[in-house]
Design a protein around this ligand. Structure first.
Ligand code: ADP
Length: 548
């Protein structure tokens, strides 16, 4: 047996080698333990993320370059009804709605080229229903090469539903806007039209595309108004001026025709309160304006003609009154001064002249009063006077007529009737006309009664009651019109002009009072009027104010 191995040198070397081997073994074991630890950490990390991914409501997926799912989380089951194992290793295209596939493929190409644009498409669920999906994805790189796509799919059914509801709502509103016969218009901050209804387009003659997105002022306003309108609009947007709720303005239609529009406007603001523009609704009022102008012109002409007529009547009646007063005056003098030398015929003739001249004077006075009323020149000249005195005065003035007519005339005044602040001549004229009529339209043997009372709400109320011929219902409505007479025939029994009641009504109205009549044919009439005890211009210190 050789003894080489036992040489001291060799022995030393073999000891070194075995030491190294054991160190190496230790290292290997250490590395194996580290590897085991790393694997555990990796497993834990993977478990952690898988658990997280599995709890997501949205689908996380990976597909390879053949379009096969290499990973998908369990949310796919909730969204589509397919299980994870059904889907894994199958091509995604089989789940996409065929109509959306070409667009989706084009968009995937862009993703692979590095664009990260989200896209939307429809997926067919296991039960055939449709799901709307929103996807964001990125290319997966390994060793600088694209090996697939990672992405997230979100079910946007609710969002789509809201969008659909909104669209339906918008379509419905659009229909309303299209039906109304006005222009509905939105002008944005840049003076451009952002919305117009169909009817609006029809009215101004432009198509929607010719007007939407174009400057409203430049397109539809006459040159003379453009600059001012733009400046106004800018002031409104900047808050310098408040928006006018209603304006009228000109508009040039596409055919060049100029029309007048009435605009109602409101400011449109966003959620933050920032002004986005103006909503306007416009109605073509060209015809109405023309009619208004024509009406104003016609009214002015009519008023002019009326004024001329009234002035003429006032002048002519005034001219009549002077000679009439002369005739009445001289015939009275003749009767009084020559009564001894006149024979009975002369006296009768002179008396007839006086009666006829008085009637004519009454007529002339009525016409003069009416022309004053129509010309608006008749004014109240009020003073305080004692009503019982005025009533008695009218009564005694007409007593002769009543006696001639064989009609009894009486007065019945309430205790509370005393002073009133009114136009005395007009008050007496009202009473005169009513009592005169009552006597005139009451056959012989009848009676006429004047009564007066002061009522809390109405002031002074005066009534003239007769037992005369009465008035039919149909005629009651027309009595107060000028020149109206129930019997207008030439053969009528009763004289008159048809102006008495018109004057009564106007004078009462001038006093802020009311006039009314109750009557039945053949059963007499009651004509009443009420006037306030005072008038707005009444001086402070007076019997009346002291009394109240
Ligand atoms: P006039 O008496 O001069 O014809 P009025 O304007 O005073 O004009 O009256 C208009 C008409 O109303 C009269 O013509 C008459 O037909 C009718 N009328 C007025 N008062 C009475 C009355 N008390 N009784 C019946 N009819 C009356």
């Amino acid at each position: 047996m050789s003894d080489i191995a036992t040489t001291p040198e060799l022995h030393c070397r073999s000891e070194e080698t075995s030491n190294e081997i054991s160190i190496l073994n230790e290292k290997v074991e250490e590395l194996a333990r580290a590897l085991e630890d790393t694997k555990k950490i990796l497993q834990n990390t993977e478990d952690f993320y898988t658990e997280k991914l599995e709890t997501l409501n949205d689908v996380v997926f990976s597909v390879d370059l053949q379009g096969r799912f290499t990973y998908i989380n369990s949310a796919i089951e909730h969204i589509t009804g397919y299980k994870v194992q059904d889907v894994l290793d199958t091509p995604f295209m089989q789940y996409v709605h065929p109509d959306d596939l070409p667009k989706l493929l084009a968009e995937i190409k862009l993703t692979l080229a590095g664009e990260h644009k989200p896209y939307m498409f429809r997926i067919l669920k296991k039960n055939g229903e449709i799901v709307y999906i929103h996807t964001t994805s990125r290319a997966i790189f390994r060793d600088n090469k694209i090996v697939g796509i990672n992405g997230i799919m979100v079910d946007i059914f609710q969002l789509k539903k809201v969008e659909k509801d909104l669209k339906q709502e918008r379509d419905r509103v659009q229909k309303y806007l299209d039906v109304v016969r006005v222009i509905i218009l939105v002008i944005d901050r840049d003076h451009n039209v952002s919305l117009i209804n169909k009817k609006g387009c029809e009215i101004i003659g432009y198509t929607e595309s010719e007007i939407v997105g174009h400057n409203w002022f430049d397109t539809c306003l006459p040159d003379r108004e453009k600059d001012d309108s733009k400046a106004n609009y800018s002031d409104i947007l900047s808050g310098k001026k408040s928006i006018p709720e209603y304006v009228e303005g000109s508009l040039i239609k596409k055919n060049g025709e100029e029309s007048i529009f009435a605009w109602n406007n409101i400011l449109l603001k966003d959620d933050m309160g920032i002004v986005e523009g103006i909503l306007m609704s416009g109605e073509d009022i060209t015809q109405r304006k023309k009619l208004e102008c024509a009406f104003i012109e016609a009214k002015a002409l009519d008023e002019n003609a009326n004024r001329t007529k009234s002035e003429f009547l006032a002048n002519i009646t005034h001219e009549f009154r002077t000679p009439l007063n002369c005739i009445i005056g001289y015939s009275n003098i003749l009767v009084e001064e020559l009564s001894d030398s006149l024979n009975q015929y002369h006296s009768k003739y002179l008396n007839n002249i006086s009666i006829s001249a008085n009637k004519l004077l009454e007529l002339v006075n009525s016409v003069l009063e009416m022309s004053r009323i129509e010309a608006g020149t008749g004014k109240l000249e009020c003073s305080e006077f004692y009503v019982p005195t005025s009533v008695r005065c009218i009564c005694s003035n007409l007593m002769a007529v009543a006696t001639r007519n064989n009609t009894s005339l009486s007065i019945e005044l309430s205790m509370n009737v005393d002073y009133i602040y009114a136009d005395k001549p007009k008050f007496e004229q009202i009473l005169y006309n009513l009592v005169n009529n009552a006597i005139k339209f009451t056959p012989a043997g009848g009676s006429v009664k004047i009564s007066a009372n002061v009522l809390h709400d109405n002031g002074l109320v005066v009534s003239v009651k007769d037992t005369g011929i009465g008035i039919s219902k149909a005629d009651l409505q027309k009595l107060f019109k000028p020149f109206y007479q129930v019997d207008s025939s030439l053969e009528r029994k009763f004289g008159g002009t048809g102006l008495g009641l018109f004057i009564v009504m106007k004078f009462v109205e001038m006093h802020n009072g009311k006039v009314w009549v109750e009557s039945e044919e053949g059963k007499g009439s009651v004509f009443s009027f009420s006037i306030p005890l005072t008038q707005p211009d009444q001086p402070k210190r007076s019997v009346l104010s002291e009394r109240t």
